[in-house]
Design a protein around this ligand. Structure first.
Ligand code: PAF
Length: 283
């Protein structure tokens, strides 16, 4: 397996692949790889000749120093895990902060037509500037034909499609279904940090989303939102940050449902000091 940590190395590698007419997929990650990531990698392997997996904990998308510091970093295990999937067609790019930011670790400011101000953008100021900065940089360096992102970060996926459109980046953005633990908890690198009792409590998040989906056929978005908020009042270990039913395209909170539109419910919850997000398609 080819493993690179410098821009120059990955640049000459992908240039050679392109000259050879090979189709390149990109799976950007922050490492601490789990089964959800591996699903993205497997899908990318089916649809491309070579797949670059980037592993980089991007400091500019964290708005909480403690979260950045505690974010799991497991490069050796990540590489071993990727080797179990495919040794020949995966290329790992695990750069240093300097390699990505050239000594200037700040993000570019983006206008994603308001998508960046909703939900995660409202609760994590600057987050999507950081994500946009790093993903754009990976697109410029790797020049992938296709790039793969999980629907767990549905707002991120929507924003990255907007990024590619706005900057005319010739990449096909592929969204992949949320991968869940058998108990329903959406897979996330942060799950490894959950203490056992919080891990036991966390599946309540997806159960509540499923119940909200059930109610969506007959109840208003407002009444479902109030119901979800009331469900969390009695949850000792889980603290609801937001539950929002939003238009899938604009990500704006729905006021009045329309049969012509599609909606999703989005949720962010603290389990101890660990922030978990999830979402579900409602119609
Ligand atoms: O979803 C993530 O892991 C990150 O936001 C991404 C897309 C790798 C950018 O750092």
């Amino acid at each position: 397996m080819k493993i690179y940590s410098e821009k120059q190395q990955i640049t000459s590698c992908v240039e050679a692949l392109r000259a050879d007419k090979q189709i390149i997929g990109l799976v950007p990650t922050m490492g601490a790889l789990h089964d959800g990531h591996l699903q993205l990698v497997k899908k990318a392997l089916e649809e491309n000749d070579k797949v670059v997996v980037s592993i980089f904990v991007n400091p500019t998308q964290f708005n909480n120093d403690d979260d950045l510091e505690k974010y799991p970093r497991t490069l050796n295990e990540d590489i071993l895990l990727l080797k179990t999937v495919d040794k020949d067609s995966i290329i790992v790019y695990a750069p240093s902060i300097d390699d990505m930011y050239n000594g200037n670790t700040v993000s570019q400011k983006f206008d994603f037509d308001g998508l960046e101000n909703e939900m995660e953008g409202a609760f994590r100021p600057g987050h999507f500037d950081g994500v946009g900065t790093i993903v754009k940089r990976f697109f410029e360096i790797v020049k992938p034909h296709k790039a793969y992102f999980g629907e767990k970060d549905f707002q991120q996926l929507t924003i990255i499609k907007k990024l590619a459109e706005k900057y005319n980046i010739p990449v096909n953005i592929v969204g992949c279904k949320i991968h869940r633990e058998p108990n329903g908890l959406a897979m996330s690198s942060r799950n490894t940090r959950l203490k056992p009792r919080y891990k036991d409590a966390a599946p309540f998040i997806y159960k509540t989303l499923q119940a909200a989906k059930e109610k969506f056929g007959t109840e208003s978005a407002g009444s479902i939102t109030r119901w979800v908020e009331s469900q969390f009042v009695n949850q000792e270990l889980l603290e609801l940050e937001y539950f929002i039913i939003a238009d899938t395209k604009t990500l704006k909170t729905v006021q009045r449902k329309s049969k012509k539109k599609t909606y999703r419910a989005f949720i962010a919850v603290y389990a101890d000091d660990i922030r978990l997000i999830d979402n579900i398609a409602l119609n």
